[in-house]
Design a protein around this ligand. Structure first.
Ligand code: ZN
Length: 252
């Protein structure tokens, strides 16, 4: 048991490192003109551009050993990498150790769902766009968690949630388009809400959207100069879904 938890925590830090790179590289990953992938080019220092050696890429440890500075130019490394990996480790450890879910597999799948929502939250917050990769992952994991483990709802509500999540925002956007002659909601938001519907079931969608709207307005007001005329609604949806998961899990 202890070995499984320790090994899962170790893997979570490496997975966190992958998610961190994905978030930072996201605009280049979706740019068809760019040849940047998640693996290439290799990680480099943002200040001096030097390619990092393998021993400088060990999650958490490299940052601590180098005392948060690049070994080549001595400039500070962004704290994001360290905090992001620490978040993954803490989340995996707390889900597994608390024993809040009956099986380790279910706990690891829940970890992957929360991390995907966390990634969508940061991607939309930074880049005002959403990742199809993470939405797809939430959708599939949601169907597995409900269909196999009955975690949040039954499979019928889960499938209806996916449909209702997509259709509701699609229709609102259509109506908005007819009135204002421009798109009001990004297509990425339809897919994200479909995945949240598959995860939490159609019954919770309206409350998730309501809380998401409040979070989004708050984030817009805080970062007004960055967002100009766009609201990070995907970030609001992700945060609202994480909050709903937390409430549901603690009330099980
Ligand atoms: Zn450097």
């Amino acid at each position: 048991m202890f070995l499984i938890i320790a090994f899962s925590c170790l893997l979570s830090v490496f997975y966190g490192s992958f998610v961190g790179s994905y978030i930072i590289r996201f605009p280049k990953l979706i740019d068809t003109q760019s040849n940047v992938t998640i693996y290439s080019p290799r990680s480099r220092c943002e200040e001096c551009g030097a390619t990092l050696k393998y021993y400088m890429l060990i999650p958490l440890l490299s940052y601590l050993i180098q005392r948060g500075r690049c070994l080549f130019c001595k400039k500070s490394i962004s704290k994001f990498y360290f905090l992001n990996e620490l978040f993954h480790l803490s989340l995996m450890a707390s889900i597994l150790w608390s024993g809040v879910l009956p099986s380790n597999l279910e706990s690891i799948l829940l970890f992957l769902v929360i991390v995907s929502l966390y990634a969508q939250f940061l991607i939309d917050l930074r880049h005002l766009a959403l990742s199809l990769f993470f939405s797809g992952k939430i959708l599939i994991l949601g169907l597995i968690l409900n269909g196999y483990f009955d975690l949040f709802t039954d499979i019928a509500s889960s499938l209806m949630g996916a449909f209702a999540g997509y259709a509701s925002l699609y229709l609102i956007n259509k109506i908005y388009f007819l009135i204002r002659k421009r798109e009001g909601i990004g297509g990425g938001d339809f897919i994200l809400l479909a995945s949240i519907g598959a995860l939490l079931g159609y019954q919770l969608l309206s409350i998730v959207v309501l809380i998401a709207s409040l979070f989004s307005i708050l984030m817009y007001l805080i970062g007004r100069s960055h967002y100009i005329d766009k609201v990070p609604f995907g970030s609001g949806l992700s945060l609202s879904a994480i909050l709903t998961i937390a409430i549901k899990i603690f009330s099980i």
